[in-house]
Design a protein around this ligand. Structure first.
Ligand code: CA
Length: 224
């Protein structure tokens, strides 16, 4: 799951990012509305943590655009403005939850888990290919009921290849799916993830193959 964290207090942002990354989320950080708008257009997000008091305006003004860019995205507002009227304004603008600063990291993580369990997620959306099943809500892959123990970046590569099944996925789209904007991407890192993933998929008999399309990207298909 990929999270956009919009927060201008850098120390708080780093703390939140650390806590979320320990839970295996991919986190991108924006420190103001303009940066958040750009980030929102560049990648696909499952959850947004949104501060209200930002240097270039009220974070709530982003809610509508975030919803348009990412159908199904969950939005949790983070704010020191805890008056009932503020909370109502946040929820009325379309936020899913409202967390009042200061909050504990445990509470923040609990709220993140809670919005992930909303009915849309409970439907248990999965992608199947070969004998592999990918659970999108939990970012877990399994073959014949046995969960594959894959590092999160390999899971992200796998999900990005599975979603447009049968179509070639551009190299830059894969890199974008796997890395945060702030991460430095080594030029051959993606290929290393893919080659480890291929080996593991073959070992468990997943029945799928990842083909390299030279100069373009990668393609996942059933073993014929
Ligand atoms: Ca702020």
């Amino acid at each position: 799951m990929r999270i956009l964290l919009i927060e201008d207090e850098l120390q708080l942002a780093e703390t939140l990012r650390g806590a979320l990354e320990r839970e295996r989320f991919i986190v991108d950080h924006a420190d103001r509305i303009a940066v958040a708008r750009e980030a929102s257009l560049m990648a696909s997000f499952d959850l947004v943590l949104l501060d209200r008091t930002l240097p270039d305006g009220d974070g709530l003004s982003l809610v509508q655009a975030l919803r348009a860019d990412h159908p199904g995205v969950a939005i949790i507002v983070l704010s020191a403005r805890g008056e009932i009227s503020d909370r109502i304004a946040g929820l009325d603008k379309g936020a899913d939850d409202y967390l009042i600063k200061p909050f504990s990291l445990d509470e923040m993580l609990a709220r993140v888990r809670a919005v992930r369990r909303r009915p849309a997620d409970l439907a248990g959306e999965t992608i199947r290919a070969g004998s592999l099943v990918y659970d999108l809500a939990n970012d877990e892959a399994s073959v014949e009921g046995v969960r594959l123990d894959l590092p999160r970046r390999e899971l992200r590569v796998l999900a990005a290849l599975l979603k447009p099944r049968g179509r070639t996925v551009l190299r830059e789209m894969l890199e974008q799916a796997v890395y945060g904007f702030d991460d430095e991407v080594q030029s051959n890192a993606l290929d290393s993830h893919i080659s480890r993933l291929r080996r593991k998929l073959a070992e468990v008999g997943a029945g799928i193959e990842i083909h390299a399309i030279r100069g373009v990207g990668y393609l996942l298909r059933d073993v014929s």
